[in-house]
Design a protein around this ligand. Structure first.
Ligand code: THU
Length: 148
């Protein structure tokens, strides 16, 4: 699948978000080394702090579908659902700090410096960064080597 197609899958996934409180829908699509796709979207809760991000939902789906070790690439897109039912919005969505940490863990398992594509709602703005750029000097599994 091309980078653009993976972004489109993330935009589509965002349409299945449950985001009545923020009205900010985020979708995430994860591609395996064999071209399989797992998706997720944010899911909010009346107890606000219990909401989960699209990236966490997609990583969980990816673990079930093909395993974190087989993740090749990730795409994230977000914005609001417009009157025509399509995702809209001007600014590209990059993963929040917590999601960067979760992607860093997946990158460790995969043994790859994972590529993360970020897109805005209408898909017109796209940028690609490696997880090592998104969370430089991060705390990962290897940071626990001095544990007792
Ligand atoms: N959100 C995500 O799903 N992923 C991110 O990386 C950033 C934020 C969600 C959480 C919440 O439901 C909404 O976007 C507004 O913060």
């Amino acid at each position: 699948m091309s980078k653009d197609d993976l972004v489109e899958r993330a935009r589509q996934a965002a349409l299945q978000a449950y985001a009545p409180y923020s009205r900010f829908s985020v979708g995430c699509a994860i591609e395996s080394v064999d071209g399989e796709i797992a998706v997720g979207a944010n899911m909010e809760n009346a107890c606000y702090r219990l909401g989960i991000c699209a990236e966490i939902a997609a990583l969980t789906a990816a673990q079930q579908a093909f395993g974190l070790d087989r993740i090749a690439r990730i795409a994230v897109a977000g914005g609001h659902v417009g009157p025509d039912g399509a995702l809209a919005g001007a600014a590209a969505v990059t993963p929040c700090g917590g999601c960067r940490q979760a992607i860093l863990e997946a990158a460790h398992v995969a043994g790859r410096d994972l590529e993360v594509a970020s897109a805005n709602g209408d898909g017109s703005e796209r940028e690609v960064r490696r997880i090592s750029e998104l969370i430089p000097w991060g705390f990962g599994p290897e940071s626990l080597k001095d544990a007792g």
